[in-house]
Design a protein around this ligand. Structure first.
Ligand code: ADP
Length: 492
């Protein structure tokens, strides 16, 4: 299709990125040189006496070292959680439980700056995102579920609501504090106690949260936070006295967990990978849609399970959308996550950067056309330019497998049925986005897209009151909202 001349005028962006640096100060972050395990209300040395480093992925400098919990430590943490459940938490009036959760929420707010800085240093995400999204949303989760604690009979009318017991919670590295809040807040509100393990590359904000929990005088053992890698997570999953597993992470580990608990009474919620379709119809407001695509795939470096990583554009507007998208991409600043101008920070780890680079090669070998912006990236640290692939086939691995980086595939479609078929043609089913001016089209799409969350004319919007979760290989169970309570109770 011939593009009108007016459409081909390129917007001019400052390609030298000559914005004055606007660095956030590190001074707000008090990071200890070493962290022990938070068990039974106090920090304890790991029984194997082993520690591992956590680094800043933007500079590759060591930030701290954290304890590696072995099976004996997991046993201790689960025992502390069981004792706290039996002797204190289960018996405590719900409105008293709520007070503790409100207290944690307020303390997270009071120390928001410190949390944001540590989140960015430890994980690589832009400070703007930790400050404006991760930390406030984490506090909101505590506030929201604190409100439910003494109202469970309204959440489940005419039912006897019982907690499950000890919840083993394993979280990933993309939203470390927020995932801890997603897991801990509903568990406590419903009367369960917790053993939580943060991801090995991003343990620091969970350990800060442990400090807050200690200061908040939460009864010892109600929340235990232990650090370690996959083996520590597996020990939690396999522990016979854990009643519920809440896991967010990769589909591969989700499958391992599913197998491990298959013969047990453990309840589980698994929030796994995704490969979301973001769909632009020709009647959509294209500038807003392009903004939504940028947010959908480049937010948090694309380390988002619900990232809009497959873009489908109706053929008649394809060229216009592609031009607008490339123009907008050129304005993205990749670099120091602590700089408030930065749009795309550091990739979380060297190994994740290797995964992304592997997929960039695979995409090109598969015959897709790769486009990256011309921006400069720091020499040290783990960085990836915003990337799009065109000329993509539905069967290509880059269109089927989760990359978990700032990499977008773009395909076209002509009809609603065609795009529904293509959007659903993936092993995952976590989220999707639809951009159109027509309400009827939105309803048609949302009923036919097999995705747990479908955003219409927006993307990546989160709220504690909204349930979140997937279909198919994206896992099962819902977190957030009223549905999120359900995962932590038995209804009699
Ligand atoms: P990612 O690919 O995003 O790193 P993972 O699924 O490997 O995601 O990790 C998510 C969380 O699961 C991390 O806290 C990690 O330590 C933990 N984990 C890894 N392997 C296992 C396992 N076999 N059992 C339980 N937890 C695990």
């Amino acid at each position: 299709m011939a593009t009108k001349k007016s459409n081909t005028i390129k917007l001019k962006f400052d390609s030298s990125r000559n914005l004055a640096p606007a660095p956030e100060s590190k001074s707000a972050a008090k990071i200890n040189s070493r962290y022990d395990l938070f068990i039974n209300g106090k920090f304890e040395k790991p029984s194997g006496k082993k520690y591992f480093d956590t680094i800043n992925p933007a500079t590759e400098e060591k930030l701290s070292e954290v304890a590696e919990a072995n099976e004996a430590d997991v046993n201790k943490a689960v025992k502390a959680a069981r004792d706290a459940y039996d002797k204190v938490w289960k018996k405590m009036p719900a409105k008293e439980r709520a007070k503790y959760i409100y207290r944690i929420a307020r303390m997270v707010q009071e120390r928001a700056r410190e949390f944001s800085v540590i989140e960015t240093l430890d994980g690589g995400k832009p400070i703007r995102e930790s400050r404006d999204f991760d930390v406030p949303t984490a506090a909101n989760h505590f506030f929201y579920y604190a409100g439910w604690a003494d109202k469970l009979e309204y959440a489940f009318p005419n039912r006897n609501v019982e907690p499950l017991g000890v919840a083993g919670q394993i979280i990933p590295w993309n939203f470390p504090l927020l995932m801890a809040a997603w897991k801990i807040a509903p568990a406590l509100a419903t009367g369960n106690t917790v053993v939580l393990k943060p991801a090995e590359t991003t343990p620091l904000t969970a350990l800060k949260l442990a400090e807050i929990i200690e200061e908040a005088d939460l009864p010892p053992g109600v929340v235990n936070i232990i650090t370690g890698a996959g083996a520590t997570g597996a020990a939690i999953v396999n522990h016979p006295d854990v009643n519920k597993i809440a896991f967010t992470g990769s589909t591969d580990v989700g499958k391992i967990i599913q197998r491990a608990i298959a013969n047990t009474n453990k309840k589980a919620t698994l929030e796994l990978g995704g490969k979301a379709a973001n769909i632009i119809f020709d009647d959509a407001p294209l500038d807003q849609a392009v903004e939504g695509v940028i947010n959908g795939i480049f937010f948090n470096q694309g380390h988002v399970c619900c990232a809009g990583s497959r873009l489908y554009v109706q053929e008649s507007v394809y060229k216009t959308v592609l031009r607008k998208l490339k123009d907008r991409m050129e304005s993205l600043i990749v670099g120091d996550p602590m700089d408030k101008n930065t749009d795309i920070g550091a990739i979380n780890s060297r190994s994740q950067l290797e995964v992304i680079n592997k997929y960039l090669k695979i995409g090109q070998q598969e015959g897709a056309e790769m486009y990256q912006t011309a921006c400069s990236i720091p020499k040290k640290g783990f960085f990836c330019r915003p990337t799009i692939f065109t000329n993509v086939a539905q069967s290509n691995r880059i269109a089927q497998e989760e990359i978990f980086g700032p990499v977008l595939t773009i395909q076209t479609f002509r009809t609603d049925d065609e795009v529904i078929e293509k959007a659903n043609n993936t092993p995952f089913g976590l989220s999707a986005g639809v951009w159109t001016d027509k309400g009827s089209k939105i309803f048609n799409m949302t009923t036919k897209l097999r995705a747990g969350v479908v955003w219409a004319n927006t993307y990546n919007k989160f709220d504690p009151t909204s349930p979140f979760g997937g279909y198919k290989e994206s896992g099962y169970g819902r977190e957030g909202g009223l549905h999120g309570l359900n995962a932590y109770v038995s209804l009699v």
